[in-house]
Design a protein around this ligand. Structure first.
Ligand SMILES: [Fe+2]
Length: 366
């Protein structure tokens, strides 16, 4: 799973986000990695920061070992948007997002919405899931996103989550690619919804909601004849419910295919972790808990259980920052109470609660 093993265990870090008083847990080097600037145990002071600035090249970066990088990135002194940007760059998510964006913004639908353009992108997305630490990808998915990037980020995220689920289901490479493509294109019909409804910063009226609920039909129309039926029907049926209470067709049970059922889970998960401001973003563990408590209705229970099982495995033994600012390690995530995992901190093991809770995931880097 990990292709990063062969790369040097050093990362670039912007000097501007170092701070006066930080004690180095390992040596740090200039931007080329060739010159040691400060040694392990030394404290960063104002005068040293000036020196570091001089030795950090034009882009003002230094090279630090992984452990220093993780320690710095887990600290509140590095703003969340900087950590987000760096994680997106490092994981390749930023490049994928750019590719999705450039395809989604082509003016003429017929010129871009075809298999020749979309399949390589789906393959690239699948490769990212197979070859990269899933938690890093999951952390990119849960970063807050600006409104205007909503559709393209959601499409990319659902594609990534579909690829993960297809892999957990043990599907073959061709099917994994199809499921990824279905995730990428499931909401493409939203490009036909008027902007003022799509991005309305308020609750939609009944009439607007009816327009919005047509998007799976538009997706179907746009994909029909161009893509595999799995992709087309996943797009049409990703809001259907097994009990027949979904839309647009109100179909139930066996009428909803596997790819649509998987896409429904990815879609809901991404919608639940997504936020338009840092304040509103939800910790993935809390989302898993909500999933367990609230979102079973109408979804394929077997797939939801597989999703929760694998997500819990991904987060077990990962570092978190607790509400008191100290780091801990997740040792166990209860299935029926994922928001309150068992945490080990300095040799003590206890369950998180309302006063002492996980504030942030740390282990973003394999
Ligand atoms: Fe949708």
């Amino acid at each position: 799973m990990d292709t990063e093993k062969d790369s040097p265990k050093m990362r670039i870090f912007p000097v501007e986000y170092l701070w006066d008083g930080y004690v180095l847990n390992n040596d740090i080097f200039n931007h080329t990695g060739a010159v040691k600037l400060l040694a392990k145990g030394e404290k960063i002071e104002k005068s040293r920061l000036d020196k570091l600035m001089r030795f950090s090249g034009n882009d003002k970066h230094i090279m630090v070992y992984d452990e220093t990088y993780r320690d710095l990135m887990a600290n509140e002194k590095v703003p969340l948007f900087v950590r987000q940007k760096m994680t997106e760059q490092y994981s390749g998510y930023a490049a994928l997002q750019q590719n999705v964006g450039s395809l989604f913004h082509k003016p003429d639908f017929d010129s871009w919405l075809d298999r020749e353009q979309m399949e390589p992108l789906a393959e690239e997305i699948t490769g990212k899931v197979v070859n990269f630490d899933p938690l890093t990808i999951l952390s990119c998915i849960s970063f807050p996103r600006p409104m205007d990037e909503g559709l393209q980020r959601h499409s990319l995220n659902v594609a990534l989550l579909n690829a993960m689920q297809a892999e957990w289901l043990g599907l073959g490479a061709d099917d994994i690619k199809l499921f990824t493509l279905a995730g990428l294109l499931h909401d493409i019909g939203k490009t036909m919804i008027p902007e003022e409804i799509l991005n309305a910063p308020r609750r939609l009226t009944a009439e607007e909601l009816a327009v919005m609920r047509e998007h799976p039909v538009y997706s179907d129309r746009l994909l029909c004849g161009k893509f595999d039926e799995n992709v087309r029907f996943a797009a049409r049926h990703h809001h259907e419910k097994l009990d027949g209470t979904g839309y647009p067709d109100g179909i139930s049970g066996e009428g909803i295919g596997l790819c649509a059922r998987v896409t429904a889970i990815s879609d809901i998960y991404d919608a639940m972790v997504s936020a338009r401001s840092y304040k509103d973003s939800r910790l993935p563990l809390n989302v898993l808990n909500m999933f367990y408590e609230e979102e079973f209705d109408g979804l394929d229970r077997r797939l939801v259980m597989l999703f929760l099982k694998n997500m819990r495995l991904k987060y077990t033994n990962r570092e978190v920052v607790m509400s008191n600012g100290e780091k801990g390690t997740i040792r166990y995530i209860p299935l029926n109470d994922a928001g309150h995992p068992i945490i080990q901190q300095n040799g003590i093991v206890r369950q998180a609660d309302e006063e002492w809770y996980c504030r942030e995931m740390v282990a973003l880097y394999p």
